[in-house]
Design a binder for this molecule. Structure first.
Ligand code: SF4
Length: 504
């Protein structure tokens, strides 16, 4: 991750030295877990820089979503397992996995890249530290116990191991702090991995009478050491983030990395995604102009509102047209059908006006006209939630945007009720999500409510895939998932996979 152009190194002033002259050191990864004390120094490609960070961000965003949804630790672990395997696998040394080094390197680098992206404001730093700690906890809990103990020993946490003789001598006292039947306790004391620390370092354990204290030292059983390790992880990361934030202004402007880092930090609002492909999104589905009314039952609120506005006014303004047109393109409405759809929807104008004012724009969106690059790229891509949430806020008379963000609570409630969301608990949850600016979480909450029966069936039948577990961050993903769930059993298995990939 060598950030500085070689030619410019010689003229950098001394204050920038820490960024200008990173001494290269081959990093070894003897342990699966990492406290991220040493920044990486080897070169990686820009593509790796971006993709690794995006993959980690995906995981952090899902972890945050789990906590927003009050999932229990067991539910979080079950939810995250397939996603971690997909985006950020990290195998135990004992697994004999041939890719251990590559996995650990990606974990290491992606952590440091996101540090740079999220160090700029206190809010981002706090959130980053919180979710990184959640990720570390998840891995710590699921780590091979012997490998975990070996890792903890490397941390220099100022713990003193308790010798076998001492354990034996203090067995009666130590036994009172672990909750097993009397007969099992003595053996349990010997099996536990005890350590001694200054008692002031574990006030919570002392308060809960979970440790034995002697001569100012608290005897902590292995099972209670996790909270101490996690505290140390959080504390060190907080300090490191603080240092990174102070160093940020001195970071040499790098016109390749700055846009990537800026884009990554925006992804904490709602992770960005692009919708791949403009062909038929769902095999066998009738994606035609005349079927859009019927398909609109699967639309998220942003598109449902645009559709209703279009039907009511026989017109949509510029940004509304663009948002809706690209969404329809993303669900698989081809150019010919799109022209039919827009022509028939704008039914208060003449053919002549349509051809002059609107036809070209539809064709342009599909890459049918315009410059070479527009044609080559196939026109525009459907908008992600992040784009809709953050760009071109709607004004009076506009129908675009995201209702969870841009509607008043009163109007949003009416829209939700009209869409069949009447459960007071769900409406209250949406209100809370909106107030805390977690707009896409509100959208996911509504999705889960409207598809609760199908989701339960899919889970019970074991047909949920990793892609379907991810938080929805794209209107087209909402549509696709809704359509597939409601038509479960009628679709080929290959179509059960989501089609959304992260975009840099
Ligand atoms: Fe549409 Fe995304 Fe808002 Fe949901 S969160 S309504 S999909 S923009």
């Amino acid at each position: 991750m060598n950030r500085i152009d070689v030619k410019r190194r010689n003229v950098l002033d001394h204050r920038k030295k820490q960024f200008a002259d990173p001494s290269y050191k081959e990093t070894q990864y003897p342990h699966r877990l990492n406290f991220y004390s040493t920044p990486p120094t080897a070169d990686i490609t820009l593509e790796q820089f971006e993709q690794w960070a995006i993959d980690r961000l995906r995981i952090l965003a899902e972890l945050e979503a789990c906590s927003f949804r009050n999932k229990t630790p067991a539910e979080t672990e079950a939810h995250m397992k397939p996603l971690l395997e997909k985006y950020l696998p990290l195998s135990a040394s004992s697994s004999g996995h041939s890719n251990l080094h590559a996995q650990r390197q990606k974990d290491h680098y992606s952590h440091f890249i996101l540090r740079l992206a999220f160090a700029s404001t206190e809010d981002l730093r706090r959130r980053f530290t919180r979710v990184e700690t959640m990720l570390f906890r998840l891995r710590f809990q699921t780590d091979d116990s012997r490998e975990r103990a070996a890792f903890v020993r490397t941390l220099n946490l100022d713990w003193e191991p308790v010798s076998e003789e001492e354990k034996r001598a203090l067995a009666p006292q130590l036994a009172t702090t672990i909750g097993f039947g009397y007969g099992k306790r003595a053996q349990q004391v010997m099996d536990e991995d005890w350590c001694k620390v200054d008692w002031i370092r574990v006030p919570d354990l002392i308060e809960g009478r979970k440790v034995f204290v002697k001569a100012g030292k608290a005897y902590v059983p292995g099972s209670a050491q996790q909270s101490m390790v996690l505290n140390a992880f959080t504390k060190r990361l907080e300090q490191a983030m603080e240092l990174t934030s102070r160093a940020l202004p001195r970071l040499d402007e790098d016109d390749r990395l700055t846009p990537i880092l800026n884009h990554l930090s925006k992804n904490f609002i709602a992770p960005d995604s692009s919708y791949s492909g403009s062909g038929p999104a769902i095999e066998g589905a009738e994606i035609t102009a005349r079927n859009i009314d019927n398909l609109s039952q699967h639309f998220p609120m942003c598109m449902a509102h645009l559709h209703r506005s279009l039907r009511r006014d026989s017109h949509l303004r510029h940004f509304g047209r663009l948002q809706y047109m690209l969404f329809l393109k993303g669900i698989g409405l081809n150019l010919e059908e799109s022209l039919i759809f827009w022509r028939s929807s704008f039914n208060k104008i003449t053919d002549d006006t349509f051809n002059k004012e609107y036809r070209y724009n539809v064709r342009y969106s599909y890459g049918d006209v315009g410059g070479d690059s527009n044609r080559r790229s196939g026109g525009h891509s459907p908008y992600s939630c992040q784009k809709i949430l953050t760009e071109h806020a709607p004004g009076p008379g506009d129908a675009h945007g995201c209702p969870y963000r841009h509607f008043s609570m009163e109007n949003l409630t009416s829209l939700l009720r009209a869409s069949g969301v009447t459960d007071p608990q769900v409406l209250h949850g949406v209100k809370e999500d909106k107030e805390s600016q977690k707009y896409h979480m509100a959208c996911n909450r509504v999705f889960e409510h409207l598809h609760r029966k199908e989701l339960k069936r899919a889970k019970d039948d074991g047909v949920m895939t990793a892609a379907q577990l991810e938080t929805i961050v794209h209107p087209n993903e909402y549509f696709k998932r809704s359509y597939l769930l409601k038509n479960m059993g009628k679709q080929p298995q290959s179509q059960q996979q989501g089609d959304v990939k992260m975009e840099g």
